[in-house]
Design a protein around this ligand. Sequence first.
Ligand code: SF4
Length: 423
Amino acid sequence: MPSVDTTIQLIRPGSKVTSCSPALKDSPWNFDRVPVPAYGPGSSMADVAPVSTPRQGEIPAEYRTASAAELDGRIRAAKATLGDRLVILGHFYQRDEVVQYADFVGDSFQLAQAARDRPAAEAIVFCGVHFMAETADMLSGPNQSVILPNLAAGCSMADMADIDSVTECWEALEELYGTEPDASGRVPVILVTYMNSSAALKGFCGEHGGIVCTSSNAATVLEWAFERGQRVLFFPDQHLGRNTAKAMGVPLERMPMWNPQKPLGGNDIETIQDAQVILWHGFCSVHKRFTVAQIEQARAQYPGVRVIVHPECPMPVVDAADEAGSTDYIKKAIEAAEPGQVFAIGTEINMVQRLQAEHPEHTIFCLDPVICPCSTMYRIHPGYLAWVLEAFVRGEVLNQITVGDEVSVPARVALERMLAARP
Ligand code: SF4
């Protein structure tokens, strides 16, 4: 099964293989020269990257011009030299050209735990995106360096909620609801941030009695929040918040969306007063691509197909699917299935292609027929990996991600609350 990188090389006029952008055939360093911050080719390319988005300077020509075979030899040699001093972590959505070097592959929280569980590693090279590397830094030891091979590997969804906008929203809600608990001791609002958010927002939650959730434990975390608060402000992903709260019985009319560009988030005062879950105006551009029509098409083509989608997909897609669950849920569902099943999966293409390669006993395909990977993961390429590894062999730490104590101390409180809330 070819990786996305290999597959997009097959795209030719007249080919049945289509991609969302011809720029996917370009090398990611072509985007390091773009004068304004941009996510690069793939699902998020239409999203506006904030001015504060980290930029990646151009890497030396020797890494940009090296052949795949040369980079492979250099990465393997650096890994062999560094031994246990190094651990490479790869996210499920990362391209195969990079994942092949990972010592551990998982979702964002599993990777952060993997970083914590390898105290011997001096360098944790995180082949994921920026917020994941921040979490790894907060959970790893003080003598470990977390390295993100390409600083432009951010997350468009995480960037949709910034600390200033969330602080303004929080202050507006405090003004409206006050700060006093009700007769049963529940405070007016509990903050819940998805793992896919900046460390600053996790810290804000920790400071103000809030909590972090993942796509695996969002329902447990919302239960925790409703025990302590009259309502929840959920950010940045509206879809995970809506899908989870709806499954728990929260009516849609009590889940208004908060648009930070508008007064009162674009709502009237009665709607906000009656709200049970206030959803931030954020989304994942990868999962937003899935549609009910794609599910209908899959069912028409493969009667009996099992449709599993990620809860970052829009609500009508989750409702039309057979199941919705995190990347770990999808992986385990396929591993546990009797041979010969057909799966249509609504999540990122790299993960779906890898699942098909690992499970030839099943037919597994991505619901979206267009090749459109997560743009920000796509920014990490073996050239960047070779660059940071060879520097570390020489004793240089490049692209280190660090979170200061003023943020990491309260952010760990919010993460600890999540761990304690786990069933
Ligand atoms: S898949 Fe979506 S949420 Fe995940 S890193 Fe990419 S843009 Fe962010």
